[in-house]
Design a protein around this ligand. Structure first.
Ligand SMILES: *Cc1c(COP(=O)(O)O)cnc(C)c1O
Length: 364
């Protein structure tokens, strides 16, 4: 039987033709660096995220780093973030010279506001929330905490473009937000890309400078930084994909519904949605008993699954000195497994996965 793939990055003919047309127009135009497609992308994405400004950058990692760097942090400043994310989140903090402090997570796999509250010290400057798996963190509680403690809220929305909760939108909350558009992400380019969003004109100016070595007009240095400019070709691709994005997340949501309906919930826990929430299912991550055996079994059945981040960020050697209580994260990480959810799956594919998962447990 055919393999059920975790990802399928092939590009269908319709889209391919569109991309080729854009590519030809960029080559004819000759504005290869920060061409008009970049300005158009920044306009499109800021509108989609209900923000005043966007800055296109080279990757999601650049985006998180540049977002934090725009706050002019100092060595010794503490940034509270989640313990469960791709390592780029913690790296961005470390690269600014600030110290990451890792909070525990809730059962929705996002940062726990209760845990955050306990970690605030006089050195805390910001909370960096991650919209993990494609759904927003408890933004309302995080906003309250930031307001009462005079902290910045920064969003790593890399996984969740299009997600909403309690009136908040991915890319649209906090002082500055970062999104990744790498090929795995929900709004994806054909290579590396990212965006940074804000409503603050002063921060927007800093973002533009920080994405090009921290300079103004290339020659006047304000603050040392990286070359993090978005590629014009990737911006053009993203403009095309933004126009079809809604149907893509609808398909992912309907895939999730099939899983929710067919999976045997005696042994696994599926993502539980809150009222007023749109989940974009960057991953469909479940909590499973006997996770490692299930993973092996699914592999044998020709089903590609992923165990993402089995090493929590505070467990990585360079961050081991950052010790806080992360009881729930340690408990949940042993059960996490992500099933294929992408928009090119057929109902048959998902039924096959569900059948295999349920069969695994019925044999136990
Ligand atoms: C993917 C991701 C990043 C980094 O994005 P890249 O585009 O791969 O550099 C940062 N944070 C989170 C939460 C991510 O999932």
């Amino acid at each position: 039987m055919d393999k059920v793939r975790f990802l399928n990055l092939t590009v269908e003919k319709n889209e391919r033709d569109n991309f080729i047309e854009k590519l030809i127009s960029i080559m004819e135009d000759g504005q290869i660096v920060l061409g008009p497609e970049v300005t158009e992308f920044e306009k499109n994405i800021s509108k989609a995220c209900s923000r005043k400004f966007a800055t296109g950058v080279g990757s999601g990692s650049d985006a998180v780093y540049i977002a934090l760097s725009s706050l002019n942090l100092n060595k010794g400043d503490e940034i509270i973030t989640t313990s469960l994310s791709w390592i780029a989140t913690a790296n961005a903090v470390a690269l600014t010279g600030a110290t990451p402090v890792f909070a525990d997570i809730n059962d929705d796999l996002n940062i726990s506001p209760n845990s955050v509250q306990k970690l605030i010290t006089p050195k805390t400057k910001a909370i960096l929330s991650v919209d993990y798996t494609g759904r927003l963190a408890d933004v309302r509680s995080l906003v309250d905490i930031c307001n009462s403690n005079n902290l910045h809220l920064v969003e790593d929305g890399s996984q969740a473009f299009g997600a909403k909760r309690d009136g908040y939108t991915c890319g649209g909350y906090g002082i500055v937000s970062a999104i990744s558009h790498n090929p795995m992400k929900v709004l994806s380019a054909l290579g590396e890309a990212g965006s940074v969003l804000t409503d603050d004109p002063e921060i927007k100016d800093r973002l533009d400078s920080l994405r090009y070595n921290g300079t103004i007009n290339k020659e006047y240095l304000v603050k040392p930084s990286i070359n993090g400019r978005i590629d014009t070709i990737q911006a053009a691709i993203l403009n095309v994909r933004l126009s079809t994005f809604e149907s893509l997340i609808k398909k992912r949501a309907s895939n999730a519904e099939i899983y929710n309906e067919l999976l045997d919930r005696r042994y696994i826990q599926v993502p539980k949605l809150n009222a007023n929430e749109t989940h974009v299912y960057y991953t469909y991550t479940i909590l499973a008993e006997k996770r490692d055996q299930l993973f092996t079994y699914l592999q044998q059945q020709n089903i590609e699954c992923k165990i993402q981040h089995p090493i929590l960020m505070p467990e990585q050697p360079p961050f081991k000195e950052c010790t806080s209580e992360i009881t729930n994260a340690l408990k949940l990480k042993a059960k996490l497994i992500s099933l294929p959810i992408h928009e090119k799956l057929t109902r048959d594919d998902i039924e096959k996965v569900c059948y295999a998962v349920n069969k695994f447990y019925s044999n136990k």
